[in-house]
Design a protein around this ligand. Structure first.
Ligand code: HXC
Length: 258
């Protein structure tokens, strides 16, 4: 399938790759980009061979935010009637693991999109920020909520109130990104990480994602209860038998996603 604002293809080892591709606008996320990302994700989620997805941008920008030129003349009734931004939530609701590979600017909606993924691998050039306040608005795709959960109130409040950016080092130190890699290695590293995940049992990886995400939605006691039920359930899978037999037999497991 050909897209106008993204590239989407499958890579070896069960990986789906989405590259945001609007270089003239530093990958600003207009409604076409968001719709195309969702169409590509729909395809990857339906494809039984895909076990993990990577979303990336260019070296200069993962995405410099929602498209300001598209938003500037909107009125309140238009945003309300069109449920503006709600399409973005579909990214956060995906069931297969998604890695954000971030180089350069991840600002505003770009930072929010990265935070909707399951974890962020950053190049040493990455810069994260929620500069919406400088435009007279506020983050609208979960930034005030997710950033606060990642980095805590002090940093989130400062970033959202001043619009200052965080570099990769600070982002890693603060818990926003899982790892920093050299810019030249970013994509290869993210694809290799994704291949590793896709090589696990796909349903079990999906259960891991669902269980970790529960930690954000519920109390500790409920979260642990949910995890226990899922843990018991995996003993009904062939992949649990295969994974444990392979360990005992000192061989690599061959998961069948069953
Ligand atoms: C539309 C954008 C854009 C954006 C950059 N461009 N960001 N267009 N929406 N968010 C365009 C510029 O207009 C310019 O187009 C081209 O990309 C290159 O940008 P420059 O500014 O010339 O590049 P540079 O000087 O390198 O500065 C980079 C930058 C700056 C610091 C990232 O572009 C910037 O501050 N961008 C806006 C960041 C921002 O405020 N993001 C939050 C958006 S609001 P032309 O045609 O002039 O060459 C938001 C709300 C989220 O995200 C709410 C819900 C999702």
């Amino acid at each position: 399938m050909t897209y106008e604002t993204i590239l989407a293809d499958t890579r070896d080892g069960g990986v789906g790759l989405i590259t945001i591709n609007r270089p003239q606008a530093l990958n600003a996320l207009n409604s076409t980009v968001v719709a195309e990302i969702n169409t590509a994700l729909d395809g990857f989620e339906k494809d039984a061979a895909i076990g993990c997805i990577v979303i990336t941008g260019s070296e200069k920008a993962f995405a410099a935010g929602a498209d300001i030129k598209e938003m500037q003349d909107l009125t309140f009734p238009q945003t309300y009637l069109d449920d503006f931004i709600t399409a973005w939530d579909r990214v956060a609701g995906r069931r297969k693991p998604i890695i954000a590979a971030v180089s350069g600017f991840a600002l505003g909606g770009g930072c929010e999109l990265a935070m909707m993924c399951d974890f962020i691998i950053a190049s040493e050039t990455a810069k994260f920020g929620q500069p919406e306040i400088k435009l007279g608005v506020l983050p609208g795709a979960g930034g005030t909520q997710r950033l606060t959960r990642f980095v805590g109130k002090a940093k989130a409040m400062e970033m959202c109130l001043t619009g200052r950016m965080m570099d990769a080092e600070e982002a890693e130190r603060s818990g926003l990104v899982s790892r920093i890699v050299p810019a030249a290695d970013l994509l290869e590293d993210a694809l290799k990480t994704a291949r590793g995940i896709a090589g696990m049992s796909i349903p079990v990886a999906m259960m891991v994602k669902e269980s970790v995400n529960r930690a954000y939605e519920t109390t500790l006691a409920e979260g642990v209860r949910f995890e226990r039920r899922v843990f018991h359930a995996v003993f009904a899978t062939a992949d649990q038998k295969e994974g444990m037999s392979a360990f005992v037999d000192k061989r690599k497991p061959d998961f069948k996603d069953a």
